[in-house]
Design a protein around this ligand. Structure first.
Ligand code: AMP
Ligand code: GLY
Length: 439
């Protein structure tokens, strides 16, 4: 079966590998020639992922039946609507359904209207005066977010990034004057706790869960520094997390199922992978954001251990016939991204990076290429995350050691890795923090 894949990052490389295992014939469009995708694709085209006409042309030329779309940017502008119009079945949401991610105002409105648990105190503004009045009225710490997409980097938190009313208002003005689109600003209550990602497959009505994952958004070790698209992530062999119980997970899944039902009721049924970012707080799991796609890096944790046939899941999602017995191996994973130094603020790109794939595989890890450029057989870093290395083992500890052993075979100048991700020390800190918070 011929499938179109859209996107050239680590997440898309992981999806391509899972599709390849399923025996799919892969046709890819992406901005950069991701070497991992290029070698699996029957044909590929280098094109900006928002060039809908070019992508449709490529799909027609290769007689494509199904599509997998990795990033959110093409979903926001209706790639699915356009592909479906030419007869390509998409395991991804339409423009209207993708609003669950592309408009934080829509997401909060939907969750409020349908009385879904896990919502936060929030308000949406399009002018400075109303925002300021609200901020003066609200007697709690807040978080400021642009309504639209920001690649995970537009969120500023009081007490961390915003240290005075003036700083907060300066950021509000920056957002209202255009950053992240001009759809306005969201003010949310700041919540404390531990974050986790619950991803699900959705066919419009039914959902099927993936293993829980914890991402690390901060650029520096110890969860410090600016927010990034995600520096690395881990998952546990029992598909929970060391600080997340089955009961909490069930609450998160109920929230996601209620969102899926609400979207059907609102006339924008959701199909494709859905990503729930939650914060476990003293009063239960709260919704931080919902994304209309796989997480990146989280896809690199779950797809390598997917036992069921990925192509069949994609087909079933598009046909509204998702099975509830999707299986993942009971193995732990630790993913660490190699990024250019300065990623998150001012990336120092354009340096050669050498990757010894054979040695990485020998230590039991997998490598997923991301934002790298191949010139004359050599790889160079670009401004985003370069390559994801995933250790897989019986326990998180073992997976972390495998990941670190594999990282020795990624060598380059001006690169950065958060070595603390998945280590016993940092996980124990999280367990202790949650115990204290919930006691
Ligand atoms: P987002 O892009 O919405 O996932 O936000 C990026 C990061 O900012 C999240 O992963 C959280 O760590 C943090 N964050 C977002 N919203 C809140 C909130 N309401 N309270 C506390 N932290 C938040
Ligand atoms: N890992 C964060 C994201 O994919 O949005």
């Amino acid at each position: 079966m011929r499938i179109l894949t859209v996107g050239g990052g680590g997440r898309e490389h992981a999806a391509v590998e899972a599709l390849f295992r399923s025996g799919a014939e892969i046709y890819s469009v992406m901005k950069n020639a991701n070497p991992g995708i290029v070698r699996r694709a029957k044909a590929y085209k280098l094109v900006d992922e928002r060039q809908i006409d070019d992508i449709c042309e490529f799909a027609i030329e290769h007689d494509i039946g199904y599509a997998f779309i990795g990033p959110e940017a093409p979903l926001e502008i209706g790639l699915v609507d356009a592909l479906e119009h030419i007869g390509v079945q998409c395991a991804a949401p339409t423009k209207s359904a993708a609003r669950i991610e592309t408009s934080k105002a829509f997401m909060r409105w939907l969750v409020s209207k349908h009385n879904i648990e896990g919502n936060l105190i929030h308000a949406h503004f399009t002018n400075e005066e109303d925002t300021e009045r609200y901020l003066k009225m609200l007697d709690r710490e807040i978080v400021v977010k642009p309504v639209g997409l920001t690649g995970g980097k537009g969120v500023k938190i009081q007490g961390e990034h915003l240290n005075s009313h003036d700083e907060t208002m300066a950021y509000v003005r920056e957002i209202l004057s255009g950053a992240g689109g001009s759809e306005g600003v969201i003010i949310e209550e700041k919540v404390e706790g531990e974050e986790f990602t619950q991803m699900i497959f959705v066919d419009g009505k039914h959902i099927a869960p993936m293993p829980l994952v914890q991402d690390h958004k901060r650029a520096y070790e110890g969860d410090n520094g600016p927010n990034t698209g995600g520096m690395g992530s881990y998952s546990d062999a029992n598909h929970l997390l060391p600080f997340i119980s089955e009961e909490v997970r069930k609450k998160a899944l109920d929230i996601l199922k209620n969102i899926v039902d609400a979207m059907s009721e609102e006339g924008c049924p959701y199909r494709g992978p859905m990503y729930g970012q939650f914060m476990l707080t003293k009063t239960g799991p709260k919704i931080i954001e919902i994304n209309s796609r796989f997480g990146d890096p989280e896809a690199m944790n779950v797809l390598p251990i997917l036992e069921s046939d990925f192509l069949a899941i994609i087909r079933d999602m598009t046909a509204g016939k998702l099975r509830d017995d999707i299986k993942f191996k009971n193995l732990a994973t630790v993913c660490k991204y190699v990024v250019p130094s300065g990623y998150g603020t001012k990336p120092d790109a354009g340096h050669e990076v050498c990757i010894d794939e054979d040695s990485i595989q020998k230590v039991g890890a997998e490598v997923f290429y991301a934002n790298v450029d191949e010139i004359d057989g050599k790889l160079f870093t670009m401004t985003s995350r370069s390559v994801g290395v995933v250790g897989i083992g019986e326990t998180i500890e073992e997976a972390e050691k495998i990941c670190e052993a594999a990282l020795k075979f990624v060598v380059g100048d001006s690169i950065c890795i958060r070595h603390d991700i998945g280590t016993e020390e940092i996980i124990q800190k999280k367990i202790d923090r949650i115990k204290k918070l919930l006691s």
